[in-house]
Design a protein around this ligand. Sequence first.
Ligand code: GLN
Length: 494
Amino acid sequence: MTASLTDLTLKDARAKLRAREISSTELTQAYLDAVARYRDWNAFITETPEKALAMADASDRKLAVGEGGPMEGLPIGMKDLFCTAGTRTTAGSHILDGFTPPYESTVSGKLWAAGAVCLGKTNMDEFAMGSSNITSYRGPVASPWTKRAENKPLVPGGSSGGSAAAVAGRLCVAATGTDTGGSIRQPAAFAGICGVKPTYGRCSRFGIVAFASSLDQAGAMARTVEDCAIMLEAMAGFDPHDSTSADLPVPDWTAACAKPVRGLKIGIPKEYRVEGMDPEIDAVWQGGIDWLKAEGCEIKDISLPHTKYALPTYYIIAPAEASSNLARYDGMRYGLRVPGRNLVETYGKTRGEGFGVEVQRRVLIGTYVLSAGYYDAYYLKAQKVRRLISDDFLKAFEDVDLILTPTAPSAAFREGDKMDDPVAMYLNDVFTVPSSLAGLPAMSVPGGLNGDGLPLGLHLIGKPWDEATVFAGAAALERAADFDVVPYGLERAA
Ligand code: GLN
């Protein structure tokens, strides 16, 4: 019974809750048991079982009288980057030790208001900087996936690695993620689940611990495209507390998932056929192209000429903004304080011990590219190139409705791999970063397995504010891929 409850999709669980076939308390307990059972994956930084059961009970009371919101009674994981009032929020960092936010992020608040049940805060790369969840101060996350033939731990991707592992491993029905350069889409691809990053400005950033403010966006991670649509509807919407939040109505994305894709024009960017590309990635990409063609889409070759500058541009802009955002962690107002003999020494010790190696690297790069002597050469130049990258997309979207690419250049890798070479790690985001710089909506859906039996993702990029077409295309890919492989690390109770 327990195993089958946690196998339900969000949509099916919701239908059963509404029909009173199951209770939220029952469903929540099944997930809490799963979380406890697979604790060695380290998917959660903070578990909130009492809160979860209290929320489930409140949901059951509403459901009993036919009331409740669109997420009523559904147990989710909340990435530990979202401030949750009264519940510890660490952003995967030592420097936020002891921080319990006095307020709620807009997105998490909307989800609770919609009836979602909080199982806990999911693990993540420190301050969302990383692609494998190995920079978390709380330790790495093990993916529920292993290669089919060997039982060695693999990374779940990052930075929303805890959310990805928890969703794939049936520890929650869905989870939030945030995406600055790929942190929803790349872990979704590694974990064989779906992940959507909406247009920049769709979801409020208020109360999300800031990494790179001009790039950060919240999104949904779940096992199906429609589950992501249902959840994203509950997360999105205008918020006066975020000056970059868009004052636009939230469309019916759930309905968009059922829209036919016949006649849609799909762009295939030639610049994404990178040199030395893994033939298995290429094959999944070609599979996606063939599926959409079979559904009646028109496939068009397109060019995004500035693609090769996207990663270098991102690794100037994101660290620059991070260095500024992270200046607030000085040990004075909240979080960790490591006392020195005077104020300056206290700052230095707190930041030296509180930030991990990757975060320190970003702060150093960021302060360097913003420094008086180098600002024009790096930061200003990067801003100009960012505009060119964005213009490439807008030009391409004059001829096509969606762009299809692979999500990541490889499948999940071993925990120790790429650790000593930051640039190799940064290459994980080669296909996701350009759309982040352009602020576009994008989604990863499972496209199939590689020869080792590991999931590979397909990535759809849409026009600004056109998540609806992204959902329609993603649902078409999902139908064709018919991906229903359960991670091998998940023992299935009879
Ligand atoms: N891997 C990228 C980075 O480390 C993206 C992270 C993210 O999207 N938060 O910056």
